[in-house]
Design a protein around this ligand. Structure first.
Ligand code: ZN
Length: 642
């Protein structure tokens, strides 16, 4: 079922296109694409001690050096055919083969990282875009060339393979072999698997979805500040939280009415995708599409169900937040278009030096080694900090070049969200440094299930530090608002998405047909429940129930729940680390250093947080209530004075 042999998932997710929760699905760190170039026209960044450009020379000295390595890697990939039909000959041979494959993969990945980062420096540079295309094809070449590995191992006598996996000679590859053994009962004959794989390119609903939503739809215009503005995805994310209520109301109306016109087509695309997941799961002998999706990362389905149960048990906390929002915005009725404006406005601006110093202070409880690594990372030219013409929007960490070091791309604009993004991305970066330090290449690659824990832990350490050191009520309220927003966007909203995803897969498995209209009804029912529409907490125009059609993550096959579980685990760690709990710090750093040597669920459980139980979710809910207690007491004090 998986395309690459070892690393494919994280490469895809961390650097080749799957956006972070903060970037697309929702949230405040939103997509700032539309205006990156505009802002860079100003281009007067204060002089800083922190390097603000990355140096890709650490990957390859020049484009020419890249080309030479690329040609050589192509030959090395072809040479991997020499191990075909040899893997079952003995543990030594198998080890030699897997080592050699890893070695070549490591090079292909490094080539890919360079090409991808170089292309993101300037999306208008056609030579760089071409290089990225070449690197992508090299990865496909690699996947095809090593396509024999899993079927050969699955075709072996499994008790022999199990015994080999426990031998010291194969210890580096043990985790991979255990994966193969676990998935063997779900793997069909090589002929069937390759027939299914051959059909892959025609199952491109996700591509069609992107084309339809970003290229084909004629987006409406709304006049804002006297200028007609296009309300496409970038326009929507930019204006939906506008301080002027009439503006955000008009933006919602324009955007969701447009989606509604395409309800049938979006419905057909999503329903085909869901059916494909269901059929694929059945063909591979899984109990459900959910079981199939979580199996590749060895996550128990109980984690998913516990998340949804815990969220449903605590919707009154979300209602409390929505009531607080209503109070702070000073509106009579809270509408769905009122959920994005910040609770408190702030013009406070930060320099990159201040961002770096805040991150250092906030992560100090993690101990000397973490600080040393962070200092090294942020003192080196590893981050592309500011927007510039043609530069890729958003933010990410690219950590796949094992022998080199992580890189971070972001578009720092001086607001608090930029500081938080810096903390988030370097959370990923430190995770990579810690894992690469302790793990051989084969087990250095960590799954998404733990990846977003490292980043959200840093975000919470930072925001809690900001709340604690704020000297005015207004500043305190601002940071509390930021923390609450991130809990709504990353915990409740992603869980809401996860609940919808599960519901539509279950409906499809029951043979029910999913029209666009049906999807809108199902989404609307869940949305109404989360936002307390029946209880009169939020008013939602039924037109907005088309929102499901906007979310690309529904094409990723049970992906978004990991944002909610990650912030839950992140809170578990951050709340203990900041209190000086050295046992928790140590367990946390060990989990990060373990990279991909165990399943993400196991690693977190070993570190003290079992996401299959209610306790960690309850802790997160308690934290949210404590933040709201603080906000209420500040607001009550202020209103008593006036
Ligand atoms: Zn992230």
């Amino acid at each position: 079922m998986s395309s690459g042999v070892f690393r494919s998932m994280t490469i895809a997710a961390l650097m080749l296109g799957i956006p972070h929760a903060g970037l697309t699905a929702d949230s405040t760190a939103a997509n700032k694409s539309g205006d990156a170039a505009e802002r860079s026209a100003v281009n007067s960044h204060p002089a800083s001690h922190t390097p603000t450009q990355w140096n890709l020379g650490d990957l390859y000295a020049s484009p020419a050096a890249w080309r030479a390595a690329y040609v050589k890697a192509g030959q090395q990939i072809d040479d991997l055919a020499r191990f075909k039909d040899q893997l079952s000959q003995g543990p030594e041979t198998l080890n030699r083969a897997l080592d050699a494959i890893n070695q070549v993969e490591k090079t292909a990945v490094r080539l890919n990282v360079y090409a991808s980062l170089k292309a993101d420096e300037n999306l208008r540079d056609s030579a760089a875009q071409e290089r990225r295309g070449k690197a992508d094809r090299l990865m496909s070449h690699y996947s095809e060339a090593t396509g024999y590995v899993r079927p050969e191992l699955t075709g072996m006598d499994q008790s022999t393979l199990k015994q080999w996996a426990s031998l010291p000679v194969l210890s580096v590859h043990q985790h991979f072999l255990h994966d193969v053994i676990r998935e063997a009962p779900h793997t069909l004959s090589p002929q069937t698997e390759s027939a299914l794989a051959a059909l892959g390119p025609v199952n491109g609903q996700s591509d069609t979805f992107s084309l339809l939503s970003s290229a084909d739809i004629q987006w409406p215009k709304v006049v804002i500040d006297g200028k007609p503005r296009t309300i496409d995805q970038a326009g929507y994310t930019r204006w939906r939280g506008d301080g002027d209520r009439q503006v955000r109301k008009a933006v919602f109306k324009a955007f969701w009415s447009t989606y509604s016109q395409y309800q049938d087509t979006f419905g057909s695309l999503l329903s085909q995708t869901v059916l494909q997941h269901v059929i694929d799961a059945r063909l591979h002998h899984y109990d459900s599409a959910l079981a199939a999706a979580v199996s590749s990362d060895d996550i128990p389905v109980g984690v998913y169900h516990q998340l949804i149960t815990s969220v449903n048990d605590n919707l009154d906390t979300l209602y409390r937040y929505l009531k607080l929002r209503k109070r702070m915005l000073g509106v009579d009725t809270l509408h769905y278009y009122d959920i994005y404006p910040p609770l408190v406005k702030s013009d406070k601006r930060f320099t990159i030096d201040q961002a770096r110093s805040l991150l250092r202070t906030a992560t100090r409880p993690l101990g000397a080694h973490y600080q040393q690594l962070l200092d090294k990372a942020t003192d080196s030219p590893w981050t592309s900090v500011y927007p510039s013409p043609g530069k890729s929007p958003g933010a990410y960490m690219a950590g796949a070049a094992y022998d080199v070091h992580p890189y971070v791309l972001m578009n720092f604009n001086g607001d608090y969200e930029s500081v938080s993004t810096y903390a988030h991305e370097w959370g990923h970066g430190l995770h990579t440094l810690l894992a690469d330090e302790k793990q051989p290449y084969a087990t250095s690659d960590y799954p998404i299930f733990t990846a977003e824990v490292a980043s959200t832990t840093n975000e919470e350490l930072l925001v809690d530090h900001m709340i604690a050191q704020a000297t005015t009520d207004q500043a305190k309220l601002y940071y509390i608002g930021q923390a609450l927003e991130s809990l709504r966007g990353t915990f409740f909203r992603q869980a809401q998405f996860a609940e919808f995803e599960l519901a539509i897969h279950q409906a499809a498995a029951n043979g029910e047909s999913l029209s666009g209209e049906r999807l809108t009804r199902m989404y609307g029912a869940i949305l109404d429940k989360y936002y307390g529409v029946k209880q009169g907490i939020t008013a939602i125009d039924p037109r907005d129930n088309i929102e499901w059609a906007y979310v690309p993550h529904f094409y990723y096959n049970f992906y978004v729940y990991q944002y909610a579980t990650s912030i839950t685990a992140g809170h578990y760690f951050a709340s203990r680390i900041e209190k000086g709990d050295t046992h928790a710090s140590k367990a946390y750093l060990e989990a990060l250093s373990a990279g991909g040597s165990k399943s993400g669920y196991q690693l977190l459980r070993n570190a003290g947080v079992d996401l299959q139980t209610a306790a960690p979710y309850q802790n997160l809910i308690d934290y949210m209530n404590q933040l709201m207690d603080q906000a209420d007491s500040i607001l009550d004090k202020t209103s008593n004075h006036s």
